[in-house]
Design a protein around this ligand. Structure first.
Ligand code: NA7
Length: 550
């Protein structure tokens, strides 16, 4: 049965709702849309696949899952919500973040407009009514003027096609589909494939707990010290001093944090001696978090020599913590495996010490790639079988686009979004793509998204979409569409900028290079939030005339 027939056969009127805006996804972005648009008088609903709020924090409840942004800035700035909220840790874990979402829900009374456990399967644009007809796995159908996709950047897990996986006698878990009740690994031999942001967290958490841990690493993670600490009430109060200004500042910094690249403040590494640069790096290191990355010199993304200085500083710091020189060479190689900071860095608390323990083994997949999974464990190319009771796949996501293209969204020309982007993504302002009228992305492809703090982008980018929808309403416009020219120009702007950086020298999800078959391209807007918002300002000044309005 094709999608259109299925929708038209949904005759149960109680299952059909007519809306101004349907939002997909109840993470930070979706909640912001709901609250703002509802306040403006629009009829809005969110459809959310999970039974709870929280987006990625519902699905990613693996051991050690926590956010890499410090809690004060990992919140919505909206309506002074932060004033009455306290995290118990500087870098909150998934369970605390879920509580934060409950708090937001209670404050803003969001759940009354959220349909939980409702997965959007597909949608098509009806040219007669200028509405999206959206179908779900529960049979519910929405007829919505606007479709706002807030599916985040990591909503579709990526599981490599390991031969023999189904032969494995033990348990297999993907970190992004973790059992809600948790898993007890005490006394077990556990394998983890992947050392991205997720792998680092799960490895440092499970190392001390399991009987034996085997880490299968392909590319070492240039992980930075988190500098985690517990927060009591007084410390929370102290962190709130000046927080309103810090929220305001998010629109003026590259990544939507309260700090910025050193050289964005008009300074440059060029006037500094090597010793002065290293002294600065010591300060960054002491501060921890993402400061040694997004508080570094932006030139590390373009200047290979300076980048190597940053890498070597990181390498030497990390190697001091690893006892076995062979292991140290694998975790922090003498020669950089790729430039520093052009692949997502992780934050760690005791990651490197884990490898000093006798129950932890590191398998270098560059030396001995995985051949197949057997009944007993993981077999590598040297013939060794690493025996396991459980295998954890920390292999990431079909980042940024996967959550969008997994829905069968059919535009005005009858093509699906997946087909439309077969040769690569082009999405004007990271927000619309030609052939898909009245459909918007927030915190999605070709927006600052993955190179920014999630809540900051959800609000700053999200606000542009809110204002655009409001504009259309005021002007009595029922149809808006991006043009092929605008999409291509936006893509070109991103591609050209990325070509002048070192991003292309790493196989990362930033370059859509982590999933085989995806077109290789810079998937985030790499020029930072202020530049991005400036593009919106210019478009608004032109009366949104770059879009095709009807
Ligand atoms: P990532 O960062 O994409 O990491 C995935 C990891 O899995 C990474 O170490 C990969 O190695 C590894 N991987 C992927 N496929 C394979 C195969 N076939 N064999 C061996 N190893 C493999 O995902 P995360 O979940 O850690 O983080 C995603 C984002 O979520 C993160 O950036 C934050 O924004 C939050 P590789 O590096 O490709 O060699």
């Amino acid at each position: 049965m094709n999608a259109v027939m299925k929708e038209s056969q949904a005759t149960d009127a109680s299952q059909v709702e007519t809306l101004d805006v349907l939002v997909v996804g109840a993470g930070f972005s979706g909640l912001y849309q709901l609250d703002r648009l509802r306040d403006l008088g629009f009829s809005v609903k969110i459809y959310e696949a999970a039974p709870q709020l929280g987006g990625v924090w519902y699905w990613n409840c693996y051991p050690g899952a926590r956010c890499d942004t410090h809690g004060p800035m990992y919140q919505l700035g909206l309506k002074g919500l932060w004033q009455d909220w306290e995290f118990n840790e500087l870098f909150p874990g998934w369970d605390e973040i879920r509580k934060y979402f409950e708090y937001v829900d209670q404050k803003l009374d969001l759940s009354r407009d959220i349909r939980y456990s409702t997965r959007v399967e597909g949608a098509h644009f009806d040219e007669a009514s200028h509405r999206w007809i959206v179908r779900t796995d529960t049979g519910r159908v929405a007829h919505a003027r606007h479709l706002v996709l807030c599916t985040g950047i990591g909503s579709r897990p990526y599981q490599p096609d390991f031969p023999g996986l189904s032969d494995f006698k033990g348990q297999v878990y993907h970190t992004a589909r973790w059992p809600q009740g948790g898993v007890d690994f005490t006394g077990k031999r556990v394998g983890v494939i992947g050392t991205g942001a997720t792998g680092v967290q799960v490895i440092q958490e499970l190392g001390p707990v399991v009987d034996h841990l085997t880490v299968f690493q392909r590319t070492p993670n240039m992980a930075l010290p988190m500098r985690q600490r517990q927060l009591n009430h007084e410390e929370n109060e102290a962190l709130k001093v000046g927080l309103a200004e810090k929220y305001a500042k998010r629109a003026r910094t590259f990544g939507g944090y309260e700090y910025d690249f050193f050289d964005y403040a008009g300074e440059s590494a060029e006037g500094l001696s090597h010793a002065e640069i290293l002294a600065r790096y010591e300060d960054y290191w002491a501060e921890g978090g993402f400061v040694p990355w997004l508080g570094n010199f932006a030139q590390i993304w373009t200047d290979e020599k300076l980048n190597t200085v940053a890498y070597e500083f990181w390498r030497d710091k990390v190697r001091q913590r690893i006892k076995d020189p062979r292991t140290a060479e694998k975790l922090a190689p003498t020669v950089p495996p790729h430039p520093y900071g052009v692949k997502r860095l992780s934050l760690e608390q005791r990651y490197y010490e884990v490898y000093n323990e006798p129950n932890v083994a590191l398998v270098d997949l560059l030396e001995t790639p995985i051949e197949r999974i057997t009944a007993e464990g993981v077999q590598t190319r040297d013939g060794a079988v690493h025996p396991l009771d459980a295998l954890i796949l920390a292999t990431g996501f079909d980042m940024v686009t996967g959550g969008l293209t997994q829905m069968e969204i059919r535009g005005s020309n009858g093509h699906t979004l997946k087909e439309h982007w077969q040769g690569g993504v082009s999405a004007y302002l990271g927000s619309m793509t030609t052939g898909f009228p009245n459909m918007f992305f927030v915190y999605g492809p070709q927006a600052p998204a993955g190179l920014s703090n999630g809540p900051s982008s959800s609000e700053l980018h999200g606000e542009e979409i809110v204002q655009l929808i409001e504009f259309l309403h005021r002007q009595n416009r029922t149809r808006i569409e991006s043009t092929p020219q605008a999409d291509q120009a936006w893509r070109q702007r991103i591609d050209e900028y990325a070509a002048g950086t070192l991003f292309g020298k790493a196989e990362s999800w930033y370059m859509s290079a982590n999933v085989p078959g995806k077109a290789r391209q810079m998937i985030n807007y790499p020029r930072g939030i202020p530049d991005y918002l400036q593009q919106w300002r210019e478009v608004k000044a032109r009366g949104y005339g770059d879009f095709r309005l009807a």
